[in-house]
Design a protein around this ligand. Structure first.
Ligand SMILES: Cc1cc2nc3c(=O)[nH]c(=O)nc-3n(C[C@H](O)[C@H](O)[C@H](O)COP(=O)(O)OP(=O)(O)OC[C@H]3O[C@@H](n4cnc5c(N)ncnc54)[C@H](O)[C@@H]3O)c2cc1C
Length: 396
């Protein structure tokens, strides 16, 4: 079906499937190519903040997510060196709860929603290259079963993750890059009474996230500089971190039943790439990646999918208008991720004691606690904490 598509989306997880679904709902013919075969898990601590859940609700897929049985998460604990903040975040478009669905469930639900919107979804197909005409991206070459297939479309969307082939092929310029900051390990435990809880001290971070099947994901973070030593005995490091940084949580976990192996990653890059150019755009990790410690990647991918679909609007078939729309998307993407990128770099430095005075002042006041938790959820910009009342409270 050469030339039969308006857009080709490379990658079918939370960025790609959401983008393909929204473009198809706007009336475009969309081809979505995915190297993997679904359902397939991927590394993730799963947590989706309320703004991401609000988008799932707006797109009509939240019911399918909640039907998987992952519990609503309304209360949050954030504790640094004994200073404890506990509360709930303000609602976003009426959504109070966060959720943490397993990725093999979430990504399948989004891909199904894309197919229901009319997307031609081809799993097991690897995009090898982007093709260009007079400097414009005008197609891709993809491989399936030993055959290489060319396909053309006026819009090529790279949603192919941190090692994006699309970003490399389009020559997307690196706008910012920072060193690796943490390494992370996590596993799943049954029968644990825990909510979304995060505990930090210098050089260590531990937390819990309730997910499907009555399981709790238990995660620990360490400085990247310690990765070789941590990796040498990751089980001991994970266990010791929980016991020392989050002793109360540790006791509840010890009363539960281990339900999976330990997963880990020391490759959580921090960068911002140019988000769009003539005939192409990047969404999700393909264009921007940051340390997972603030759990923003999925929500960011959803925002970017919506922003790209909004920007393209009805302009896809006029190259001049499409380029203006893509430039608008690129600027909007940078605005959407700027604050969260800064927050992730600051949190992943694993020096939370720097904020201890601020946290003490916040913990003493329920309204400030709600405001703080709202900034952590990405509902309010972190600059909202630099208000005169809080600045004065920190001084005293
Ligand atoms: C350890 C860890 C924990 C995390 N925890 C959280 C969390 O709690 N909350 C949160 O919001 N975010 C979290 N994140 C980040 C989040 O997982 C990512 O931001 C999110 O998955 C990005 O989605 P994506 O669709 O852009 O990319 P990906 O999920 O990487 O999907 C890209 C897809 O593209 C496909 N693909 C790649 N190359 C090709 C090709 N050439 N041709 C065809 N298909 C291709 C891949 O098979 C893959 O399915 C975490 C990340 C890590 C590593």
């Amino acid at each position: 079906m050469a030339g039969g598509f308006d857009a080709i989306v490379v990658g079918a997880r939370c960025a790609g499937a959401a983008t393909a679904m929204l473009l198809a709902r706007a009336g475009y013919r969309v081809l979505m190519l995915e190297r993997a075969r679904f359902p397939r898990d991927t590394l993730s601590t799963l947590y989706i903040h309320q703004p991401g859940i609000a988008l799932l609700h707006r797109w009509g897929v939240l019911d399918a997510v909640t039907a998987t049985g992952c519990p609503p998460i309304e209360r949050v604990v954030h504790q640094v060196d004994g200073v404890r903040l506990a509360g709930s975040v303000p609602p976003v478009d009426g959504i109070r709860a966060a959720y943490a669905p397993r990725r093999y469930l979430l990504d399948q639900i989004l891909a199904d929603a894309a197919v229901a919107a009319g997307v031609d979804f081809r799993p097991g197909c690897t995009v090898e290259d982007v093709t260009f005409t007079d400097g414009r991206a005008t197609g891709v070459r993809w491989r399936h079963g030993g055959r290489t297939v060319p396909e053309r479309a006026p819009l090529i969307v790279g949603a192919d993750g941190m090692r994006s082939r699309t970003a490399a092929a389009t020559g997307a310029v690196l706008l910012a890059a920072h060193p690796l900051l943490t390494c992370v390990y996590y596993t799943f435990v049954a029968g644990v009474d825990a909510g979304f809880e995060a505990y930090g001290t210098t050089g260590r971070w531990a937390g819990s996230v309730p997910t499907n099947d009555g399981l709790t994901l238990v995660a620990t973070y360490f400085p990247q500089s310690e990765f070789p030593a941590i990796r040498a005995d990751a089980h001991r490091a994970h266990h010791d971190c929980l016991r020392t940084v989050a002793p109360g949580l540790y006791e509840r976990i010890a009363a539960g039943t281990p339900a999976d192996r330990l997963y880990g990653s020391g490759d959580q890059r921090n960068y911002l790439r140019q988000a769009a150019g003539p005939g192409w755009a990047l969404v999700g990790d393909a264009g921007h990646h940051k340390d997972s410690i603030t759990a923003r990647g999925i929500t960011d991918a959803f925002h970017q999918a919506q922003a790209l679909a909004d920007a393209v609007g009805t302009d896809l078939h006029d190259p001049t208008r499409l380029d203006a729309a893509l430039a608008g998307y690129a600027a909007r993407r940078d605005d959407l991720v700027r604050d969260g990128y800064r927050d992730a770099l600051a949190t992943a430095a694993l020096r939370p004691r720097r904020r201890l005075r601020l946290l003490r002042a916040v913990a003493a006041d329920p309204a400030l606690t709600e405001r703080f938790l709202a900034t952590m959820a990405g509902i309010r910009p972190s600059g909202d904490l630099a208000t005169p009342d809080l600045t004065a409270a920190v001084r005293h």
